[in-house]
Write a protein that binds this ligand. Sequence first.
Ligand code: ZN
Length: 210
Amino acid sequence: MAKFIQFIKAWLVYAANYKRPETFASKRVVTVPTITRTLTDDEMKKVFGDFNEYLNIDGNINATWERKILTYIPLPKSLPLAWNKSVRVHRISCHFLIADFLQKALEEISKHQSVWDTINDYGGVYSFRMQRESGSVSRHSWATAIDLDVGDNPFKAIPNVHPRIVEIFLKNGFLWGGSDIFPEGRKDGMHFEFADLSKIGDTNGGHKRK
Ligand SMILES: [Zn+2]
């Protein structure tokens, strides 16, 4: 019995000190973005701000919320507004914490003229609203999601976006609403939402520093 216990002890020491030999895979430089899930409402509130303190008694949002989170970025090339094509949009507002990543993505897409030309309209970033059907809060309420090419991607239709656009957004921390991460029946081809918290530093709870 004593020998058995000794053996178990020795094995435990061995197991605790065991180091997996370095494999080829562990040395490989990973260039493919690794975001594999959407952010939870709690993560959104913690990082991008909690709107609850800005809700009016009628359920509408107080304008202070917008002042706390929104900043402006230029569109690299103007786009017609989805719900009023006679209006061309030159700059858009978004959450200040994702502004750099959104601007970078749009600028990169605009460098490929034939790819940019597949975006026929701009469907908005900030809009305080509950998500259709699921009842959870839309990422547009935090201005961390953008809708593009709305006319070609009606809700619940088969997503129809140039793969290069999806790739560039992913590289910059955005998930595509048409990807497999979003379940059947909730696919939304026009929708790109920021989900890579590793890109965001110390956030001050989503509030702009004065
Ligand atoms: Zn959307």
